[in-house]
Design a protein around this ligand. Structure first.
Ligand SMILES: Nc1ncnc2c1ncn2[C@@H]1O[C@H](COP(=O)(O)OP(=O)(O)O)[C@@H](O)[C@H]1O
Ligand code: SF4
Ligand SMILES: [Mg+2]
Length: 353
């Protein structure tokens, strides 16, 4: 098993108290797996990704551990993490393509980056050129300034830089956001190609865009308000989601060719809870059409089929999917989604409202 995250909790120290966007998170990413990490803005995706490599300023490690290739990473210790960055774990931060220094050529940026990791550029230059050609770019990009490159080219250059030392895990945070659809596809295909070539063993692809994950990810982990809602294969998340939040996220996706006056986009009513003093029970309860009294208790996180782990499914509950609930929700012509039949996994049944 390449990457294990065990009961990880990370907080930001705030005046009002600790804001905890990563709260007791446990999951694994296998060798060769591309795992998508999705959820609404503010649910803790970037904090989770950053915490695996870089605890900045106000971030505090409250507990849990990260194991990569059998080795526990000293994530709470900024200095001790230095030898692991780029070699074991690498990060393409959100907005990285806009953060490339515009006063330096890409070749100089590469040299600076490698210097900071004690690697001489000559050792990897030929390999870097090979990877640039592999993704269909001209090696002349090395002589360019970042502002001379398109968004898609800059994004691909940042991914090449981040994976030059063949890390075990690449965390790619919103690398397809703010790109046009064909460039999104090129960047997505690049991630798959780099995984296939073994430039990186496993990838966590963070995005709020489920449609891109459906195309590139092997598995998808859905996060809500600092906790995990559901993890399963990409096909199961898209076709047979179990958690109401996942179902409603999918139901919120617009469909090409369907006019607004024919069907109303359902969306998810309400807002996520505050991450400072969040509710003790299910964090989705305020927005969930299936909520009932026992949802005030913290829900369990159990495997109900091999590889499929939704939160809030009680052990031993039967799981039946006569028809994906997401589709039922999508087909409702107006108003908020409401359950029309028991989705079969125990709690996610009748609404109390
Ligand atoms: N640097 C920071 N300082 C304080 N709070 C932060 C900081 N970054 C993020 N947060 C808080 O953590 C929450 C989760 O943010 P983030 O991890 O960026 O979510 P996502 O990537 O899912 O949009 C945010 O709602 C915000 O309240
Ligand atoms: S049914 Fe209850 S536990 Fe499950 S998502 Fe809804 S509120 Fe949470
Ligand atoms: Mg983010």
């Amino acid at each position: 098993m390449s990457v294990k995250v065990e009961n990880l909790s990370v907080a930001y120290r705030m005046r009002a108290g600790d804001c905890c966007p990563v709260d007791g998170v446990t999951f694994t990413v296998a060798d060769g797996e591309i795992m998508g990490l999705a959820g609404e803005s503010g649910c803790g995706k970037s904090t989770l990704g950053n915490s695996l490599i870089f605890m900045e300023g106000r971030m505090r490690h409250l507990g849990g551990r990260v194991v990569v290739d059998g080795q526990v990473l000293p994530i709470a210790d900024f200095r001790a993490m230095r030898p692991y960055r780029m070699t074991k774990v690498s990060l393409v931060p959100q907005y990285a393509m806009n953060a490339l220094n515009p006063t330096r050529r890409i070749s100089k940026l590469t040299t600076d980056l490698l210097d900071s990791h004690g690697v001489r550029v000559g050792e990897v230059l030929e390999e870097m050129k090979r990877r640039i050609r592999l993704i269909g770019l001209d090696e002349d990009v090395l002589n360019k300034y970042s502002f001379e490159l398109s968004g898609g080219m800059r994004q691909r250059v940042t991914i090449i830089l981040s994976t030059l030392l063949n890390p075990s895990l690449l965390i790619a945070d919103e690398v397809t956001s703010a790109l046009d659809v064909s460039t999104q596809r090129a960047v997505g295909e690049m991630l798959i190609e780099f995984r296939n070539h073994g430039f990186v063993k496993s990838i966590i692809a963070i995005t709020h865009d489920l449609s891109i994950l459906a195309q590139i990810a092997d598995s998808i982990l859905i996060m809500y308000a600092g906790r995990l809602a559901e993890k399963a294969s990409a096909a199961d998340i898209v076709n047979a989601p179990l958690h109401p939040y996942t179902q409603m996220l999918l139901a919120s996706l617009p469909e090409v060719g369907v006019r607004h006056d024919k069907t109303t986009l359902t969306g998810i009513p309400g807002r996520p809870p505050s991450l400072v003093n969040p509710p003790r029970g299910c964090r989705f309860a305020d927005r969930c059409p299936f909520a009932r009294a026992k949802c005030a208790e913290p829900p369990p996180f159990k495997e109900v089929r091999p590889g499929h782990q939704p939160e809030a499914v009680r052990s031993g509950d039967p799981v039946r999917h006569p028809r994906p609930v997401a589709r039922q929700l999508r087909e409702r012509p107006h108003g908020h989604p409401a359950p029309r039949r028991d989705c079969g996994n125990g709690r996610h049944g009748k609404s109390v409202r």
